[in-house]
Design a protein around this ligand. Structure first.
Ligand code: FRU
Length: 491
């Protein structure tokens, strides 16, 4: 560790100490999501299972609640429920990463953990970018090996976020990029040893592979196979809203197809969004030792409301989503909360065969800030219209005739309602994770997901339901128990 790194880490520790109480007392602190101990969190990075445990790193500006020279923060868990905060994994101490250790990924090789990330350098209005490597024996302390890839010809310096995987004896890497025509794309490299990388080609891009015009920059690519097909996840920037699609400032989604590894030719279908809510960006996946493909995303986005979040006055902003197992059914990715999260369930409240006819109801036991709500068997009861109002700040409305599910929330400054709409043919089931200031709604076992932050009056904890004949099941308190544990870990 060089002197600059030592100083940086020491000043982060001071900052955490100074802000700890204020951050922990913030009424919008989440109970079972990963957050920064102080400052701003964005993308999940280096998501990997290493020696049996799950490691999640994250983009982190510990000093401010704006974007800046990012560090890699680090959490580890055996079960996605109890997380332990680890020492800073990467601090932007070297010249080739002076303005941030930007996003990247992790792979295990012969018992060691390899992190690939982007060294971001700004010189006046100019930007430099290096794809860098850091290696660890214990998964906690990393030795920087420096840049392994310089910017190739034909691209602007918006060239970042390496994601690495192995197939046969070859390592592959995808990188998010912008070509000289200012079109977003994904570039592919290969390597035999993780140190020497060969530029292969532009795999997919805007104005390529029949996609048409599709954004000026693609961030955070991730390529993997599932059921014998390849999925390429990426976060394109510069896509115009279209009907109910692409409503957020930037998108995150995937294309599905077949990658011919001989020719490195990727034939794929249309782009589909992964989430239909307000706050979801830069997802990253890993495969665990049971063969599950698990996804985590940043539960935030750099939109015009980002800096209006009320947590900022207490020195922190943003969180990661809960981990979700993804599956391919037909041509569509389904997302479901990893089953380990059932451990969070505590006291259960169940209602069966409820009929509410043109009225609004609350139910005993169905209230609180951190809970999981399951509403099932909806198709058998001919639900025509249904809505849930959560803590007076979020509303979920389903209108069967229009085949629409709508998520409404109050904006962060003037409390006006804004909405996201998604077509749902037949609403059968809602599984909702509420966590103080976040909501994740899994529709029909993950056919669609809506993710959003919201900031209700902490005193209002009630949920109102307007429904006809549904079955309700709610789990609570367990989450609050977990909250104490999480606070201790963070403290
Ligand atoms: C996505 C992103 C990445 C970049 C990182 C910087 O949110 O812009 O492309 O590596 O954030 O924090």
């Amino acid at each position: 560790m060089n002197e600059r790194e030592r100083q940086l880490i020491a000043s982060v520790q001071q900052r955490i100490e100074k802000m700890r109480n204020q951050v922990q007392r913030d009424p919008y602190r989440l109970h079972y999501h990963l957050m920064p101990p102080v400052g701003l969190l964005n993308d999940p990075n280096g998501f990997v299972q290493f020696h049996g445990e799950f490691h999640i790193f994250y983009q982190w500006n510990p000093f401010e609640t704006t974007h800046g020279a990012k560090f890699w923060g680090h959490y580890v868990s055996a079960d996605f429920v109890a997380w332990k905060e680890q020492p800073i994994a990467l601090a932007p101490a070297e010249d080739y990463e002076r303005n941030g250790c930007y996003s990247g990924s992790a792979v295990e090789h012969l018992g060691k953990l390899y992190l690939f990330y982007t060294g971001n350098v700004k010189k006046g209005t100019k930007r430099e970018t290096y794809q860098c490597l850091a290696v660890s024996e214990d998964g906690i302390h990393f030795e920087k090996k420096g840049p392994v890839i310089d910017l190739p010809e034909g691209f602007t310096a918006h060239f970042r976020d390496p994601k690495v995987w192995k197939r046969g004896n070859t390592w592959y890497m995808v990188i998010g990029a912008q070509d000289k025509q200012e079109q977003g794309c994904v570039v592919m490299y290969s390597s035999a040893d993780l140190y020497n990388w060969k530029y292969e080609k532009i795999l997919v891009g805007s104005m390529r592979n029949g996609l048409g015009e599709f954004g000026y920059m693609w961030e955070c690519p991730d390529l993997f196979s599932i059921n014998g097909e390849e999925v390429l996840i990426f976060s394109p920037q510069g896509i115009e809203p279209k009907g109910t699609y692409y409503q957020n400032v930037f998108q995150s989604g995937y294309v599905l197809g077949n990658l011919d590894y001989e020719q490195l030719q990727f034939e794929h279908g249309a782009f589909a969004e992964l989430d239909r809510g307000f706050d979801f960006y830069a997802p990253q996946t890993t495969e665990d030792n049971q063969g599950r493909r698990i996804l985590v995303a940043w539960m935030g986005i750099t939109d015009e409301q980002e800096q209006l979040q009320p947590t900022i006055k207490n020195g922190w902003v943003h969180a990661l989503t809960i981990p979700r197992e993804i599956q391919l059914r037909g041509n569509k990715i389904y997302q479901q909360p990893v089953q380990e999260l059932k451990k969070l369930r505590g006291h259960e409240v169940a209602y069966a065969g409820i009929t509410i006819n043109h009225e609004t109801k609350t139910f005993a036991g169905i209230s609180g800030a951190a809970l999981e709500l399951v509403i099932d068997n909806m198709e058998t009861h001919e639900v025509e219209e249904f809505s849930i109002t959560c803590r007076n700040h979020v509303e979920i409305v389903y209108r069967k005739e229009q085949h629409h599910l709508t998520l409404r929330r109050r904006t962060f400054d003037n409390q006006k309602w804004e909405e996201r709409v998604c077509a749902i043919d037949n609403l059968r089931k809602l599984q909702i994770f509420l966590d103080v200031s976040s909501i994740e709604i899994f529709v029909n076992d993950g056919e669609e997901v809506f993710t959003a932050r919201f900031f209700p009056d902490p005193k209002i904890r009630r949920l109102f339901l307007r429904i006809r004949e549904v079955f309700l099941l709610i789990y609570k308190n367990g989450l609050c128990k977990q909250a104490e544990e999480m606070n201790k870990l963070h403290g």
